[in-house]
Write a protein that binds this ligand. Structure first.
Ligand SMILES: *Cc1c(COP(=O)(O)O)cnc(C)c1O
Length: 361
């Protein structure tokens, strides 16, 4: 039994069953007499793992055959550069970006190094924060792509709809929302996601890319920043982070056993609704995101009297609820409640929050 509920935004909580399996297989993986970490990434056993991981991911997300899946190192932040380097061409170096928070801004700053960014829409700074409807966006029909962030991990702002961009490829940074519910892959040109949020451990990045978007990158693009190189080498151009690939494969298999993404969606919706409902009715805590775009995955909240933050975090820690502090850029509190967080974890948090507000409210 584990001793705490971990509400960290990432690296994040992993399913207990996955950790137990990794522990059981640690000294002898697949009758090799070795751990998975010590095995060649080009061996037959590891090749099987890679193939099974991709097959499971394709099944979970219902990925059409004309999309490739790349398993890359470097984190989601690397994709901030890889997307423009690979989707821009000498003829067209303009892209539309939607700014909904801190991670969108980072993607925008990086893209500006390689071409022209058109800020097609920005979130309001007034509270409650709300994503502008697409009718208010200023999209350029000749853009090389449109980039957006379906879930802003730090701000707790999430799209509950998919933008429509016609023939212009839609690129999504799904780092903190991938696998939390079914998605229509065919609406996207590229989906990328770091594994350390809703999948668990850090070190790997998934890129789901429509085949026709894999083409020559801009001149002078470093080899490892070219999708075409990773595609041609089946994500094994150089040594990949094998242990995280293995852990991610265990998580995919766990998700299948749990019943797939429709079931995860129901669980995630229930967890988030319970927590927001409690916050809204508490008269002590608040969340400043408009209900139409509140995140199911990351729930920021604050206490009117900011002086109580440290006490809250310390007492939560004593209660077995860890990593509840907000991101260092925004302060306050944040509960990240990804797939691996059971409903009991959220109920335990609500119980503690109630107890705390009784004491200090
Ligand atoms: C965490 C996060 C990132 C950055 O991921 P790294 O793997 O640390 O580069 C980018 N985008 C979103 C939405 C995130 O949540």
């Amino acid at each position: 039994m584990r001793k705490v509920y971990n509400f960290s935004a990432g690296p994040a909580m992993l399913p207990e069953a996955v950790l137990q399996q990794a522990q059981a297989e640690m000294l002898d993986w697949q009758n090799s007499g070795m751990s998975v970490m010590e095995i060649s990434h080009r061996s037959a056993t590891f090749t099987n793992l890679i193939e099974q991981a991709e097959a499971d991911l394709r099944e979970l997300l219902n990925i059409p055959y004309f999309y490739k899946v790349l398993f890359l190192a470097g984190g989601a932040s690397n994709q901030f550069a890889m997307v423009p380097l690979n989707l821009f061409s000498e003829e067209n170096k303009t892209a539309d970006y939607i700014d909904t928070g801190i991670w969108s801004k980072k993607a925008i700053e990086e893209a500006k190094r390689y071409g022209q960014v058109n800020l097609a829409a920005s979130i309001s700074r007034e509270k409650p924060q709300q994503i502008p409807p697409q009718t208010d966006w200023d999209l350029n029909p000749n853009a090389a792509y449109v980039h957006y962030t379906p879930n802003e991990t730090i701000d707790g702002i999430e799209f509950h709809w998919v933008p429509k961009t016609g023939d212009v490829p839609l690129v999504a940074d799904m780092s903190s929302t991938i696998l939390s519910r079914p998605i229509d892959i065919s609406a996207y040109g590229i989906i990328y996601a770091g594994t350390q949020k809703n999948i668990g451990a850090s070190g790997l990045t998934l890129v789901i890319i429509r085949e026709d978007l894999i083409k020559q990158a801009l001149p002078n693009t470093p080899t490892l920043y070219q999708y075409i190189v990773h595609d041609q080498n089946k994500s094994l151009y150089n040594t990949p982070p094998t242990f995280i690939w293995y852990l991610s494969a265990l998580v995919f298999s766990w998700l299948k056993q749990e019943g797939g993404l429709q079931i995860m969606a129901e669980k995630n919706r229930l967890k988030a609704n319970k927590l927001y409902e409690f916050i809204d009715n508490s008269g002590f805590y608040r969340n400043d995101v408009h209900p139409s775009c509140r995140s199911w995955m990351n729930v920021p909240f604050s206490i009117e009297n900011q002086d109580l933050n440290d006490t809250f975090l310390q007492e939560a820690e004593n209660y077995g609820l860890t990593y509840l502090s907000g991101h260092r850029l925004v302060g306050g509190m944040r509960a990240s409640i990804y797939n691996a967080m059971p409903l009991e974890g959220v109920e335990s948090l609500i119980q503690f929050m109630q107890h705390f507000s009784n004491l200090y409210g």
